[in-house]
Design a protein around this ligand. Structure first.
Ligand SMILES: *Cc1c(COP(=O)(O)O)cnc(C)c1O
Length: 362
């Protein structure tokens, strides 16, 4: 498969902008005359510190992170955050509210049970995770240490269309698969985190943005490297950070800025997802998985009524260079992940193929 003729719809790790990959290629052997690759540099060197500061500065600017909040570059993926969040924020004998709207929020709630008591504020499992609860459907505990939710459900293809109102209870959000795809009012959150491999950078980096007033209260058993307070104090350099991923993040953030920032990313994602849903709503063969009120602009999940046809569709897509459109095993069917780096041409090529497939199989 030639790179030029393929579009990668993988859910993560996923597509990165071609100019970002090209720039990394150009700088690979000798970064800015340093005589070294970024992969070979000491994280304590001046030249690397500039790369680190640049990435952090760009993220702060793009997401308009207020000074009350700190950006952390961590490891362990979204999954480690499922433990870090309760260990740092629950407090001794604490309790927290969890909205379970998909696979990852369910895993996070289970993980949190090890460290305190978990109250399920909403659970959409009985409806196959096709919906997002309305504000009035959330069962909120006024004494919760935090309210946890996942803004975009990567597997089921649903996305919260609003920010929950929880009064004095801090909001914690897993924003792994829709970070940088729209403006976010960071000041409303106690903590947001995102594994980089969905919409930002290669796998190996997790970005967390935390209200500094919530840090410093970790349970005594918390490993140092998992303590937000320690990581704030050490500016994410308690130990060796994921140097290469942070460099790649910086390149990608520069690309997002050049394209017009998160507002432009939001316009483009609506254009991509809008075209796909419009086709699905008018199709006699394919149908969308998510309820209309809860559709994700990042992961579009759909299927035919036949698993045999679904498998044939996925094979045919792959042969045409429309890669990784197979749905997650929990949902079956298909999933087109249309992150920031997916060009509209990729979406158009997928829709063309769906049209052809429909004509052949109706
Ligand atoms: C992929 C994903 C995760 C898990 O991330 P890892 O980096 O594999 O631990 C968590 N939450 C969401 C929303 C995801 O999409």
């Amino acid at each position: 498969m030639e790179r030029e003729k393929s579009f990668n719809f993988a859910a993560g790790p996923s597509v990165l902008p071609v100019p970002v990959l090209e720039r990394a290629q150009k700088e690979l052997l000798n970064y800015h005359g340093s005589g070294m690759s970024v992969m070979e540099m000491s994280h304590r060197s001046g030249v690397y510190q500039e790369i680190f500061d640049d990435a952090k500065f760009r993220l702060k600017a793009l997401m308009q992170v207020p000074d009350s909040h700190e950006i952390l570059f961590l490891q362990g993926g979204g999954t480690l955050q499922f433990a870090m969040v309760p260990m740092n924020l629950m407090g001794p004998n604490g309790k927290a509210d969890y909205a379970v709207t998909g696979n990852f929020s369910g895993i996070a709630a289970k993980e949190a049970e090890k460290y305190g008591s978990v109250h399920i504020a909403a659970d959409t499992a009985s409806g196959g995770h096709r919906t997002i609860p309305a504000q009035s459907e959330l069962s909120l505990s006024p004494d919760a240490a935090y309210f946890y939710y996942c803004s975009n459900n990567t597997i089921y293809g649903t996305e919260w269309q609003y920010v929950p109102e929880t009064r004095a209870v801090p909001l914690v959000c897993d924003i792994s698969s829709d970070i940088l795809s729209r403006p976010v009012d960071v000041s409303r959150y106690g903590l947001i985190f995102a594994g980089a491999q969905k919409n930002m950078a290669p796998a190996g980096l997790t970005v967390a943005i935390i209200d500094k007033s919530l840090a410093g209260r970790a349970l005594p058993i918390t490993p140092k490297v998992m303590d937000y307070g320690v990581m704030i104090e050490k500016d994410s350099m308690l130990n060796t950070p994921p140097c290469w991923c942070i460099y790649m993040l910086g390149l990608n953030l520069a690309w997002v800025q050049e394209q017009g920032g998160v507002a432009e990313m939001e316009r483009r994602k609506k254009e991509r997802a809008g075209a796909l849903y419009e086709f699905l709503d008018n199709s006699k063969l394919f149908r969308a998985h998510a309820d209309k009120s809860a559709r994700s602009d990042m992961n579009v999940t759909f299927r035919t009524d036949s698993e045999v046809l679904d498998a044939e569709f996925v094979r045919g897509a792959s042969a045409r260079g429309l890669l990784n459109v197979k749905g997650h095993r929990l949902t079956g069917g298909m999933r087109a992940s249309v992150y920031n780096a997916m060009p509209m041409e990729g979406v158009a090529a997928l829709i063309d193929y769906m049209k052809e497939f429909e004509v052949m199989h109706r």
